[in-house]
Design a protein around this ligand. Sequence first.
Ligand SMILES: Nc1nc2c(ncn2[C@@H]2O[C@H](COP(=O)(O)OP(=O)(O)OP(=O)(O)O)[C@@H](O)[C@H]2O)c(=O)[nH]1
Ligand SMILES: Nc1nc2c(ncn2[C@@H]2O[C@H](COP(=O)(O)OP(=O)(O)OP(=O)(O)O)[C@@H](O)[C@H]2O)c(=O)[nH]1
Ligand SMILES: [Mg+2]
Ligand SMILES: [Mg+2]
Lengths: 278, 292
Amino acid sequence: VGKSHKIDDEFLEELEEILITTDVGVKGMTNILEHFQEIAEMEEIQDHRELLDLLKEIFHVILDDKPVPIKLNDGELTVIMLVGVNGTGKTTTIGKLAKKYRDQGKSVMLAAGDTFRAAAIEQLTVWANRVGCDIIKYESGGDAAAVVFDAVTAAKARKKDILLIDTAGRLHTKVNLMEELKKVRRVIKKVIPDAPHETLLALDATTGQNAVNQAAVFHKEIDLTGLILTKLDGTAKGGIVVAIKEELKLPVKMIGVGEKVQDLHVFDPSEFIEALLS
Amino acid sequence: SLSDKLQGIFEKLRGKGRLNEKNIQEALKAIKMSLLEADVNYKVVKDFMKATKEKALGQDVLKSLTPAQQLIKIVYDELARIMGESASELILNVNPPSVVMLVGLQGSGKTTHAAKLAKMLKKLGKKPLLVAGDIYRPAAVKQIQVLGEQIGVDVFSMGTKLSVPDIVKGAMAFAKDNEIDVVLVDTAGRLHIDDTLMVELEDVKKVCTPDEIMLVVDAMTGQEAVTVAKEFDDRLDITGLILTKLDGDARGGAALSIKYVTGKPIKFIGVGEKLNAIEVFHPDRIAQRILG
Ligand SMILES: Nc1nc2c(ncn2[C@@H]2O[C@H](COP(=O)(O)OP(=O)(O)OP(=O)(O)O)[C@@H](O)[C@H]2O)c(=O)[nH]1
Ligand SMILES: Nc1nc2c(ncn2[C@@H]2O[C@H](COP(=O)(O)OP(=O)(O)OP(=O)(O)O)[C@@H](O)[C@H]2O)c(=O)[nH]1
Ligand SMILES: [Mg+2]
Ligand SMILES: [Mg+2]
């Protein structure tokens, strides 16, 4: 952030540029600028270094200080469902999560809940083989809810620690596809009322403000528990998660930083904020 | 909508006597925010607003009886001018086979749109060939084979052990021997900053001398659209773009940013997952969507 030493128009414009170019979005920017001006006037902040620290602080307040991990049930099956619009990295992320939990000595099962897209089941099967875990899958074109019902039943019967459910990509604007997702959630609850224990939205870091619409609709329809921000190894900053946290209170739990099985990390707000402002 | 917003702004000003340069600022700010909300690139919006302001003052919008309408028209005309005058055609070679390469970031819709183009070309009486150029993504070859089967188009594959340029070389030989009209080369998704994989695309280009290199871009892409498009364009000299997933509610500002910065035309849009969900791009329609 540049050379101005007080909150003048030049400084506000620089702030606007940072917030927009990192995809925090117009609404996120407006909220942050309001917080900013209130606090800065109260504390009579005049030094530009202090202004930058204040911005960091506001981000910390919005994103929380410490990572929010994926909640695992102790000694009981944890059901984790991945959802999101097309191409955001759901299937790949499930492969990475499976590896992470296998490395922790947990038994993992996958559910091939994308029964629609060409070779979706084959794609998930490659990951199951790579990681060394069971996969419940049927013929392509079948009923997604049926596969998921059987997978939850099987995971419970075989005393698995973790069940990872892949779902087909779908635009949040497609009412019938959102209804299908709600049906999948209902059948999960038929087997385990408390499940899914985590419903994670895979969000592509290159996405602009449409990410807020995605999160809002998915959250309204099927109750999200968090986000996984993928493709952060690119040049996009993924700032929209700040707006999503502010508006919907949904935290980012994990980040995807590549296409390999190990490219999944716990979301660290401090590192993320540093990268946003770098 | 933006035009409602501007109407409201100018009506409020009407009571306050003569319109002047200062109170047109509120209207200009509303336009700027609308473009930023549409994910148009920040720098592009700055340039655009500078040109818009000059036009607005020059045309003396302030003296107009309908300043909101006049301002909207200035903005809309400028948007449409940037997007290009009319839909661009697919470049097909006089001497077959024509070659179309599809490139872009991970998950943008390349494989799906290779198949959509193949289906479209088949309907036009051409003999297309799909090339399985993604040797990395799990079951990528299977994916394009399944799509090829669905539309009755041959898929050329040499598995995942040979290099992509070698596979494409094989595809070109096959195409010539089998009287193929159009070769559609699907490639793996990649980051514009991955030099090794960008070099792979440059090598593929050398091997098949494409008539079209289409950058496939997701309509929901945010600010980074310009950086990505510029890098692919600088390295490959793309000939056009396919903007995908426009069946959602993304405003699609990336389209304006990319056209403004690269000058390359958007030729097609993807409007669904089914293989018939592809349309020729119409610049005026996206201008309306971006403005909001
Ligand atoms: N660079 C990068 N690529 C990723 C990341 N996560 C996924 N990908 C790539 O993104 C593309 C799409 O990934 P998928 O896992 O198929 O996405 P999906 O959400 O399951 O897609 P659909 O099921 O079709 O909706 C693939 O090429 C992945 O390798 C990431 O963190 N970084
Ligand atoms: N709704 C909608 N979905 C689309 C459209 N185009 C592609 N998709 C979906 O987006 C997802 C990704 O499409 P792919 O064709 O696999 O994308 P890709 O660019 O080949 O992905 P990589 O090879 O992994 O880089 C799939 O779920 C497609 O069905 C579109 O226009 N609309
Ligand atoms: Mg998938
Ligand atoms: Mg592909």
